[in-house]
Design a protein around this ligand. Structure first.
Ligand code: DNO
Length: 362
């Protein structure tokens, strides 16, 4: 497996590539052109410049997170054709710079959602948290979105693009016509159009699960369990239609057994990318993002890494949401320090697992 780190680009991320290069075991970064609204064609010249910047820093660039899907595609509007066309051309351009995996999601309106970006933990660190009871009381999603954006410390939330956030009312109205079934049909339509291009370009689409893994604000969500992902993979049965196995997203529903999901989809060779992080479930529907350490959260990180090794996972992995520690000022969940600690910890588990596997083979 290749250990990577999410980076938002030199304009949008306070962490310089040279710092990332110094994290032990790192091979590359996962990034995107964050300033481009969903649905735009990604110009080849910009991608070439990005590639050069990353490789000049001694890092690889093989994964994009994310090429966001325009809402009209998810809504199944006639205007989707234009955006699908742009998506296909973007895939072709990404091939030119050696991209192997595109992480994306199909969540209506909101990407990942938290109810606080600044919850103080007893050790003095700050973290993000989620409480369904707070969401259930919200009558004005626009007000909620504004409040969350006020907590970002001046950074744009990934996946909460300003263009999308400015249209919340209109989008909520439009989704009144979209059931879970309809959303699935719209995903099938999208995948049927783009997967042949991915096959030709040798780029895997890796769908990110819903975060949290259930419906919110009455909007339909369709990617959050073994059954739903089984269905998604069968919509277009190609190895290029694959999964980003995000432990934090899937695992916040305790009914999702993470090692089991990894074994199940890993054996089918349909996991292209893994986001490995921990969180602490406080009660059903309520959790906060802990450090990566097993004993700090609700997941057994050893078992997660073991399952990845057992299925011979050779894709990309990255640590995920870190806490804000050591007075760092950065993007919620995406500071340098705690994610680097996460990598060091995952590397430690990985080294011991590999030695154990080698021993048993002797
Ligand atoms: C949050 C991220 C998501 C993810 C997208 C993929 O921290 O994991 O924003 O990048 O859902 O499209």
């Amino acid at each position: 497996m290749k250990m990577t780190f999410r980076w938002y680009g030199s304009e949008m991320d306070p962490i310089p590539l040279k710092y990332i290069r110094q994290i032990p075991g790192i091979t590359g970064v996962v990034t995107s052109l964050m300033d481009l609204p969903a649905g735009e064609l990604w110009p080849l010249e910009r991608l070439q410049a990005l590639k050069k910047e990353v490789t000049d820093a001694g890092l690889e660039l093989e994964v994009i997170e994310s090429v966001n899907v325009h809402e009209d595609i998810k809504l199944g509007l006639p205007s989707r054709e234009r955006y699908i066309d742009n998506y296909k051309k973007t895939i072709e351009n990404l091939k030119e710079i050696g991209i192997k995996v595109i992480c994306y999601n199909f969540m209506p309106v909101f990407d990942w959602t938290r109810t606080s970006l600044n919850r103080k933990l007893p050790d003095g660190s700050n973290t993000m948290s989620y409480d369904q009871a707070i969401i259930d009381k919200i009558t004005d999603p626009q007000k909620f979105a504004d409040e969350i954006q006020n907590q970002t410390g001046g950074f744009e939330m990934a996946g909460w693009e300003p263009a999308r956030m400015a249209e919340l009312k209109k989008l909520f109205k439009a989704y009144e016509q979209v059931s879970h079934e309809k959303l699935k049909e719209n995903l099938k339509y999208f995948l049927e159009a783009i997967i042949p291009v991915c096959e030709a370009c040798d780029i895997k689409m890796a769908m990110h699960p819903d975060d949290p893994p259930w419906d919110i604000f009455g909007l339909p969500r369709i990617a959050n369990s073994k059954e739903t992902f089984d269905e998604i993979l069968s919509l277009v049965d190609s190895p290029y239609n694959s999964i980003t196995l995000c432990t934090g997203s899937l695992g916040s529903n305790p009914q999702n057994c993470l090692p089991e999901l990894i074994r199940y989809f890993g054996r089918k060779e349909r996991i292209a990318f893994a986001h490995v992080r921990n969180l602490k479930i406080e009660e059903p529907g309520k959790f906060y993002e802990s450090s990566h350490l097993s004993s700090d959260g609700s997941f057994d990180m050893y078992e997660i890494m073991k399952a990845l090794n057992e299925v011979g996972f050779d894709g990309y992995v990255r640590p995920d949401h870190g806490r804000m520690i050591w007075d760092e000022h950065g993007r919620a969940g995406y500071g340098l320090y705690d994610r680097a600690l996460g990598i060091a910890y995952l590397n430690g588990i990985q080294e011991s697992l590999q030695k154990q596997f080698a021993e048993t083979k002797k």
